[in-house]
Design a protein around this ligand. Sequence first.
Ligand SMILES: C[S@@+](CC[C@H](N)C(=O)[O-])C[C@H]1O[C@@H](n2cnc3c(N)ncnc32)[C@H](O)[C@@H]1O
Length: 353
Amino acid sequence: MAVNQNITQLKEANKLKIEQKENSRLRWINLNSAIASVDESADLIQGLNQTPKSLPCRYFYDDRGSELFEQICDLPEYYPTRTEQAILENYALEIAQMTGSCHLIELGSGSSRKTRLLLEAYSQINQELQYYPIDVSAGILKTTALDLLRQYPKLKLCGLAGTYEQALAQLPPAELQNRMLIFLGSTLGNLNQEQCNKFLTQVQQALKPGEFFLLGVDLQKPIEILEAAYNDSQGVTAAFNLNILRHLNQRFQSNFVIDQFAHLAFYNRVENQIEMHLRSLKTQTAVLEALDFEVSFQAGETIRTEISRKFYIPTLISVLENHAFQALQVWTDPQAWFGLLLCQRQCINNECP
Ligand SMILES: C[S@@+](CC[C@H](N)C(=O)[O-])C[C@H]1O[C@@H](n2cnc3c(N)ncnc32)[C@H](O)[C@@H]1O
């Protein structure tokens, strides 16, 4: 298995080398070091050892998970993507005019489907377009990178494969260039309050005063709309949720029996968040061989696989202010279902003369 994996990785690396030669506008950085992959599984084991159990939601995203997420974005019940897209259709150019020429760095870029609207807008004001998409799902990152280079002749792209934490610690240097960090799709909502504070501290440290942070967040709304969005009638969200176990089986040589778990998604009114869980249909045990770790489930016990917090803009603005970000402008859709905030990093503690 390990040998096969190495051969596949070598083939991928060779393919990329060829593509890089062919395309001098593409650079590729793999942020996963050996040390990072040891750390990587620590939160996985911690989550499975806890009561109630949980899994880091980044494990949704292997190639299949990214493909299923793309399908979710097109579901009639899943309003966030099309709502955020509509906001960007209306305001991408205004955003570009407000920030002026800048390098675009995106966390959790996936297929960059909405970012294309920003690329269009910035190509109108930038001499040269520079985009740094960052994603833990290397397959979709690479396919998207090649597609974008074909679509935008002015574009120079540097793809970074790895986690937010790895990327924020190693962002391309600011030099003289103005930068905007982009975080769309309400992915911020997948972090609990503590993780969110840690993340925003990292964003604050990564950006210089004057630079920009563009943040898309899902807002509070009637519970029926929220619950329908995570329980679609075609069962795509259920397949996405269960795919996390298939991904773990492949990545850590584990033996979760996928059809012995069921999808569960509901709104937690106390925490103002959607929660996705996998419910064990019987008493069972799974072994993660690569981690030398075993986990047991009671019948009916659940693993929480994702939270999706729903925000209230004034509260979010004050959280951002605590991390040295001033919201310059907030745009929403006519129903106020989704918010897009353009924030600017402020000077703190004698940072500026
Ligand atoms: C909810 S999707 C959003 C995709 C896209 N930004 C959008 O708005 O449609 C989250 C994206 O972040 C990536 N991702 C999830 N957890 C990550 C992590 N810890 N570090 C880096 N990327 C992550 C996933 O692979 C996926 O592409």
